[in-house]
Design a protein around this ligand. Structure first.
Ligand code: NAD
Length: 351
């Protein structure tokens, strides 16, 4: 459900989609500070618990999961509870994981409040937390009962955070639809501007992006095949984020990953050079970075690609584009083993 103004009637939509006796609203603290009054409207005060999570990736931990779960237990929540996750990707993943594990699983309604979370993190049922060994290494698949998207909530989002979400939208165009990629490209200058969140094209572009992700996920709920394509840009992105100590925006790391991994596809002869150029141009139009931040050691980034879940049999694996709108099926696993030499050279060209 994507519609401007939906937040003001959130409780009604939640009780329609996932009716429960109790509601546990788990919200990002910054989002709650901006939108708490509207959010609380309509929820039964005696049967609703509002919990906040401090902002930032560093809070996507087992410790926060335990704190939230303990708070639900202390409150007396049971299987009669629907969890409502309100925030960016961090809260979508964290609160989703709380819902996935609480009493062996209670319904979750995702209410994403960053662009990245709207088009990506809230769709597809992946939930989890980070550990010192890497991102998202502990988690569960738990599909939301509904995803409720109010683009107006993006008006309070800092511009760099808003823009970082454009990376996943570019990714969706590359992996599934040239026409979507083109429509997005047309809108990118306005979307990357000061008032991008007000762009008229935004709600439809969000809905189409969700549609692309949902289609991929429906075909492969447990990531055995085509869902690997959603990892385009992410082998490199996760490695950069780990080396940056999770101190950068996920979408910014994805933007760099899209550019570097397109370059790898070109170098391997999987895609022609125009694919690399078009991806790079789109990332630049979105006002996103195309180079690995200075101070990050490239050979450590390369080593970190092995820690990623996509590495199998000692070779780092990448989901790579064939052209704009289609990914390479590889050997049927929708990913390709790439040598350090090729990946290292592509990284070097973008540092
Ligand atoms: P985030 O959740 O950390 O949010 C970014 C910042 O924006 C935070 O400081 C937050 O407080 C603030 N914020 C959020 N909404 C706001 C609003 N409306 N107004 C003002 N401030 C607001 O980061 P993110 O970029 O949304 O998400 C990144 C996370 O998503 C990563 O952990 C990543 O692994 C995860 N992710 C998960 C999936 C999945 O399929 N589960 C997919 C992609 C990304």
């Amino acid at each position: 459900m994507v519609q401007r103004g939906l937040l003001s009637t959130l409780s009604q939509h939640v009780s329609d989609c996932a009716p429960a006796y109790r509601y546990a609203v788990i919200a990002d603290a910054t989002v709650f500070a901006h939108h708490g009054d509207v959010l609380q409207r309509g929820f039964p005060s005696d049967r609703t618990l509002f919990l906040t999570v401090p902002p930032g990736e560093r809070e996507k931990t087992r410790e926060q999961w335990a704190r939230l779960t303990d708070a639900l237990l202390e409150w007396g929540a049971g299987r009669d509870t629907t969890v409502v996750a309100v925030g960016g990707g961090v809260v979508c993943d964290l609160a989703g994981f709380v819902a996935a594990t609480f009493m062996r699983g209670v319904p979750v309604v995702q209410v994403p409040t960053t662009l990245l979370a709207m088009v990506d993190a809230s769709v597809g049922g992946k939930t989890g937390v980070d550990t010192a060994a890497g991102k998202n290494l502990v988690g569960a698949f738990h599909n939301p009962a509904a995803v409720i998207v109010d683009p107006d909530v993006l008006l309070t989002l800092p511009l760099p955070t808003f823009r970082s979400g454009l990376a996943e939208m570019i990714k969706h165009g590359v992996l599934a639809s040239e026409s979507y990629f083109e429509a997005l490209n047309l809108a990118l200058p306005e979307l990357a501007g000061e008032t991008g969140a007000l762009a008229q094209a935004l709600p439809q572009l969000i809905a189409d992006s969700i549609g692309i992700k949902a289609n991929v996920v429906i075909d492969d709920e447990r990531e055995g095949g085509v869902r690997q394509t959603l990892n385009f840009g992410h082998t490199i992105a996760h490695a950069i984020e780990q080396q940056a100590g999770y101190g950068m925006l996920h979408g910014d790391a994805v933007a760099i990953g899209l550019v570097v991994e397109s370059e790898i596809a070109v170098q391997l002869g999987i895609a022609n050079a125009t694919v690399g150029q078009r991806v790079r141009e789109a990332v630049l139009r979105a006002g996103l970075p195309v180079k690995v931040p200075s101070g990050i050691n490239l050979s450590r980034v390369l080593s970190a690609t092995y820690g990623d879940k996509k590495a199998r049999s000692g070779v780092a694996r990448y989901a790579l584009p064939q052209r704009i709108g289609a990914m390479t099926p590889g050997d049927g696993a929708w990913s390709v083993g790439v040598s350090d030499e090729v990946a290292g050279a592509a990284l070097k060209r973008h540092s």
